[in-house]
Design a protein around this ligand. Sequence first.
Ligand code: NDP
Length: 445
Amino acid sequence: MNAYVQRVLNDLIARNPGEKEFHQAATEILNSLSVVFDKHPEYEEKGLLELLVEPERVIMFRVPWADDNGKIHVNKGYRVQFNSAIGPYKGGLRFHPSVNLSIVKFLGFEQIFKNSLTSLPIGGGKGGSDFDPKGKSDMEIMRFCQSFMSELYRHIGADTDVPAGDIGVGGREIGYMFGYYKKLVNEHVGVLTGRGLTYGGSLVRTEATGYGLVYLMQEMLKDQDLDFNNKRVVISGSGNVAIYAHEKVNQLGGKVLAMSDSNGYIYDENGIVLDTIKLIKERNRGRISEYVNYHPSATYVEGCKGIWTIPADIALPCATQNELDLDAAKTLVKNGVRAIGEGANMPCTIEAAEYFQGNGVLFAPAKAANAGGVACSALEMAQSSMRTFWSFHEVDEKLKHIMINIFHNIKDAAARYGMNGNYIAGANIAGFEKVANAMMVQGVC
Ligand code: NDP
């Protein structure tokens, strides 16, 4: 590794003790940027990497709320405003008990490069809380969201920082947070994306990450004279990304054999029926185990890791970070997998990703593959600013175009540095170049 990059990485690990997800993301990204720093000594002179790995601002706050029995709870709230070189901070909010500073920083760091890849003017940020929305009543969710926003509102703005959803934050939570922001600030502006269609949202935003993932995969497969038609596909998770990836795979003629949630997975060699998943997960907020009540031909297996033992041509991990490890990668490769698309953020461990690449599997890394969500969020921001509303077809076409572009940019970046087909390196380099150029001309700030 380039000596400067290694030194900054060592410092980062020493100065941010215990932040293992942040270390992991930084190690993966900095590793592949090493070749860029070999070519550009001016970056070291300007301290570019030291600036890049330190968030511009970290906001941490308490989020007190009362449950339906009047009992008081206190959660932690976070917003990491990582980098605004190319545009206002942009990135989702995650509500999940596992959320901590390390996870928010890893997500925020990745977001810088992902947002840059979309070619739209958005900087990188991320936030959330260790609040668990599972099992909470609507009123409890509303009180929590209002309390969360009662602090966050002073740090965000339509031209400053525009949060969106992520795990545990969907249309309902965005609605409650937006309503409270509007009340506090007395402005109806595009301060959050993923809003409902009746109050400034964009068509396709719900579908965007899943559709975008499949559009990018489609282009990557096409580059190798392959396609989705008749391919066996395994998708982990059954949330927003997984559901709409499934929908687009179906439209392209593929067959989804398995899906999961954090308790277990379902498998049916005849294909999983998406309408049933939508009913269980979107309408009833239920568990995936209920699927077998509707389709007795399917099987449910407790525990989610086993999903990767199912033979598939294409695997789309769309649940959470580090859900696919080296053992799982080995099993998938042994069973003949041809392509992996990371729908979730960092779902493959570094070892798993390297194993796929080392064994000739096409690998689309998260920051490229799941950039469709944030790209569509930026399209929502554009519509808000223009006070206009584009049709489903218009937004979908723009999304598709963006994803195809991303694939060619990461392919070209990898090739420019002599790493043909290494889309991890390509995505990191292509995402980095634009941010680095913007930072260089803006001076030390
Ligand atoms: P959701 O909350 O809608 O869904 C997450 C899904 O993953 C749920 O089905 C959840 O199950 C499941 N899950 C969680 N942990 C595991 C596990 N260990 N094994 C199997 N399933 C698990 O989140 P999203 O779909 O929005 O996000 C999924 C991933 O995609 C995250 O990494 C997110 O950061 C990333 N992403 C999302 C974007 C978006 O637009 N939504 C944009 C870009 C990235 P359960 O119901 O049991 O919790």
